[in-house]
Design a binder for this molecule. Structure first.
Ligand SMILES: [Zn+2]
Length: 133
């Protein structure tokens, strides 16, 4: 309701400039999607729809694999026990990738692993270092 009222007032005054706090709020809610994905050496380069660019090393990407086999699944109490994952050099070689349903990236690794679905939101947080690798 507050948002609606402010927009009306701004429109009436002939200005579309939003108060600073409000534009931050809208920015945070904007859905971030990569508009360009490129493999450069052993990194994946992502250009986002907010013009930001980020780079993710294959090893960091693989170690953050969110699938149940790598990241674990919560038990009935909600505790997540991370399974012991064995990596080989081929685990950190990206063979190919697919975009799934317009919301996630699914890497196919040289060792055959491909069950990790990295949502764009998760990918973005990974590149910012918010998610422990
Ligand atoms: Zn995995």
């Amino acid at each position: 309701m507050a948002l609606f009222l402010i927009l009306i007032v701004d429109h009436h005054w002939g200005s579309f400039a939003l108060p600073r706090r409000l534009s931050c709020l809208i920015f945070q809610r904007m859905r971030l999607i990569p508009i360009h994905i490129q493999i450069i050496g052993n990194e994946i380069a992502l250009k986002w729809n907010d013009e930001k660019e980020s780079y993710l090393h294959f090893e960091k990407l693989r170690r953050a694999c969110p699938c149940a086999g790598c990241g674990g699944e919560p038990d009935v109490m909600g505790h997540v026990i991370r399974p012991q994952v064995t990596y080989t050099p081929a685990s950190f070689v990206l063979k190919s990738y697919q975009i799934i349903g317009g919301y996630a990236l699914q890497p196919v690794w040289q060792d055959g692993h491909s069950s990790g679905l990295y949502s764009f939101d998760f990918l973005r947080r990974l590149t910012l270092g918010d998610v422990p690798a």
